[in-house]
Design a protein around this ligand. Structure first.
Ligand code: UP5
Ligand code: MG
Length: 230
């Protein structure tokens, strides 16, 4: 059983609507533990777990991995955090996810943030996340790739000149940030609508206009967090 007094807030929204970006800012201001279901699944792939290949294939297709697995990863991360305030990012994505989470973890979210953003804007953001914008080359032999928000900066010690991004087309960000997978992710996102509807019927949904610049969106997010008492 779950003994501490837990507070859970869930941002459910479309791919590229800014869940991860806003969660990072919420963590800085309000001290939550941020758990992105997608990040936990990607870590599971990297860790070489027995489920890794299956998860990787599903993410490439934009499909949802079985609830049991995602819930297990979330539960483990919650237990390991030592915190009792969680932001669960990108989960639950359908009714089955929600029911599995509630029956295993036994708690319900305090409120649910819905980042409302047009598909056009989400697509633009996801495609630009995957673009290498600048490649800096300086003499030497080492090679670093740094991910800096929507830019992948590649510092390649070779010669001291800037090269166009297209030169390093081999460097990719997220495997699911290509137009084919993005279209599939949008379709699968439609499965999340009944969950949002469910939370709406419980008056838990706080809708945010997420099509604006990051700081403006955060102002609206902050207002939701400061108006709730905890
Ligand atoms: N950006 C952010 N905010 C911006 C703003 N206001 N203005 C301009 N640009 C903005 O942002 C995306 C990009 O946009 C970034 O480059 C950012 O700088 C810029 P981000 O904050 O990363 O958006 P986010 O909503 O987090 O987008 P993400 O791509 O992470 O959303 P998804 O929901 O697609 O990805 P997730 O990692 O949650 O899931 C991936 C896959 O895992 C799923 O497709 C599925 O296959 C699997 N999955 C499950 O199976 N089950 C789960 O429960 C969860 C995931
Ligand atoms: Mg994310």
């Amino acid at each position: 059983g779950w003994k501490r007094k837990e507070v859970i807030r869930i941002p459910v929204s479309g791919p590229g609507s800014g869940k991860g970006t806003q969660c990072a800012k919420i963590v800085q201001h309000f001290g939550y533990t941020h758990l992105s279901a997608g990040d936990l699944l990607r870590e599971e792939i990297k860790s070489g777990s027995e489920n890794g290949t299956m998860i990787q294939n599903m993410i490439k297709e934009g499909k949802l991995v079985p609830s049991e697995l995602t819930v297990k990863l979330l539960q483990r991360a919650m237990n390991e955090s030592g915190n009792d305030k969680f932001l669960i990012d990108g989960f639950p994505r359908n009714e089955e996810n929600r029911v599995a989470f509630e029956s295993v973890i036994g708690i319900v979210p305090e409120f649910v943030l819905f980042f409302d953003c047009s598909e056009e804007e989400m697509e633009r953001r996801l495609l630009s996340r995957n673009q290498v914008k600048h490649v800096l080359c300086v003499p030497n032999g080492n090679f670093h790739v740094l991910s800096v928000s929507s830019t992948i900066l590649c510092v390649f010690y070779l010669s001291s000149i800037y090269l166009p991004a297209s030169f390093f087309s081999c460097l990719k960000g997220r495997e699911d940030d290509n137009i084919e997978t993005i279209k599939k992710r949008f379709k699968v996102f439609m499965e999340s609508l009944p969950v949002i509807e469910y939370y709406n019927s419980k008056e838990k949904v706080r809708k945010i206009d997420a099509g604006k610049p990051v700081e403006e969106v955060f102002e609206a997010v902050k207002a939701v967090f400061t108006s709730s008492y905890d």
